[in-house]
Structure formats: structure tokens, C-alpha cells
Ligand binder design. Structure first.
Ligand code: 5RP
Length: 225
């Protein structure tokens, strides 16, 4: 699949940012999984790093590859994190959370010096919002928060798993997928969502990404903030 080859190429290009001795944040999703696998190869070849995974899935993958891990309890400064994204705009604002891990991803990103986003070219957009914005909510407040976000102009649905029941995040919350169509004021919306009681986190990552690596065919396009 060409798209998957682009994801792998972007992940490969991000390896240049990882240096010996560093603590490295390990993102979540199919592109981040490529990065973790490539990092595993480097570790086998002698690279000494410690990883902090952003999800149970990424932790299990890293463990299976023999990547040494640490935690935020032990270490609160992360040199570099490599993660994917669902959308990236020209100011390097992101929508994340398609894989349901944006809460831990944002916590890890906030402790990271250099956040490197890896993506195939389809993720580059002029304006955020075509991809449904994930909002993580405590189950108790789900209906109330859904109503309030709908009042902001979104079509809101509760994310479900294969069993038809609400998808449960690693932190035991639910996710509302919010279809805005276009988000002309991402900064304002991020503030509104953060102030809503019951919202644990949302998928707008603003002012966090330092570098974005897009793979377009065999070409890598690097954008910096
Ligand atoms: C998970 C994420 C992912 O990074 C995002 O959904 C992109 O996923 P993929 O690399 O599979 O396209 O934010 O919460």
C-alpha cells in the first residue's frame, strides 16, 4: 500500500533526530509503529535510549522489540518524541487522537523538547477539521459534553469499539468524535474545549510540534515551526 510506504519513509527519516543516551517518547498509531520498529532495529545495533510509550499498544510493541523503557515517574524530561497525526495545518497545528491515545500523547508531548511528527502526505491540510476532532471525556459527563460541543456546531458521536460499546481509552475514559467540517479558529476552540467540565483532553495540539516530516512518494518534506 503506497500510503503505508509513505508512513514508513517518514518514520525512517525521523531516526536522524534520535541520539544515543536520550529519553525518547514513543507515539501511537500505524506511522508511530513504523518508527518503534525501526528504533528497535537501531537498539539491536547498539543505540542506547530509553523509551516512554504513549499507549499500552506502543508499550507492548516496544517491549516485544527489546526497547528499554522508562516512565514519567522516573523521568520528566523527554529529549525527542516521534508521533503521528491525523491532520497538520501550515502552522503545524495538529489533530491527533484517531488512534484514541491523545491524552497520553499530549502529556508526553508537553514534556518533550523536540516533538517530531511523521505522516504521509494525505495528512497535510490547509485548514484543520475535515478529520473528526477526538475529545476524551469522563463517561459520567459524556452526554452533557456531547450536547455542549454540538452547540458549537459539530456533529458529535460517541466512538464505539468492535462490540458496539463505547471505546474505552487507556485512562478508562470515552471519546467523542466531533465533526466540525472546518475549524477556522483552532486556538479558540482548543480553549473552549479545555474549559468544559468533563473534558479530559482534546485532539488539538497547538504550538507543540517542532518538526513535521511528510512523505510524498519517495520525497520527504520537512516543515519546522
Ligand atoms: C493516535 C494518534 C495517531 O498518531 C494518529 O491517529 C495517526 O495515526 P496513523 O499513523 O495510524 O495514521 O493520534 O492517538
Amino acid at each position: 500500500m503506497a500510503n503505508d510506504q509513505e508512513k514508513e519513509a517518514a518514520a525512517r527519516a525521523s531516526l536522524q533526530f534520535v541520539k544515543d543516551g536520550q529519553v525518547v517518547g514513543l507515539g501511537t498509531g500505524s506511522t508511530a509503529a513504523h518508527f518503534i520498529k525501526l528504533l528497535g532495529e537501531q537498539v539491536k545495533n547498539g543505540l542506547r535510549i530509553r523509551g516512554i510509550p504513549t499507549s499500552v499498544r506502543s508499550r507492548e510493541l516496544a517491549e516485544s522489540l527489546g526497547i528499554p523503557l522508562t516512565t514519567l515517574d522516573e523521568c520528566q524530561e523527554i529529549a525527542v518524541t516521534v508521533d503521528g497525526a491525523d491532520e497538520v495545518d501550515p502552522q503545524l497545528r495538529l489533530i491527533k487522537g484517531g488512534g484514541g491515545a491523545m491524552l497520553r500523547e499530549k502529556v508526553v508531548a508537553s514534556a518533550t523538547k523536540l516533538l517530531v511528527i511523521v505522516a504521509d502526505a494525505s495528512k497535510q491540510v490547509p485548514v484543520l477539521g475535515k478529520f473528526p476532532l477526538p475529545v476524551e471525556v469522563i463517561p459520567f459527563a459524556q452526554a452533557l459534553v456531547a450536547k455542549r460541543i454540538a452547540a458549537l456546531g459539530a456533529d458529535v458521536s460517541v466512538r464505539t469499539g468492535a462490540d458496539g460499546k463505547p471505546y474505552v481509552t487507556d485512562e478508562k475514559n470515552h471519546i467523542l468524535d466531533c465533526r466540525f467540517g472546518q475549524i477556522p479558529d483552532a486556538d479558540g476552540l482548543a480553549r473552549q474545549l479545555s474549559e468544559m467540565p468533563g473534558v479530559v483532553e482534546h485532539g488539538l495540539f497547538i504550538g507543540m510540534a517542532s518538526v513535521v516530516l511528510f512523505a510524498r512518494g519517495s520525497e520527504i518534506v520537512e516543515l519546522r515551526r
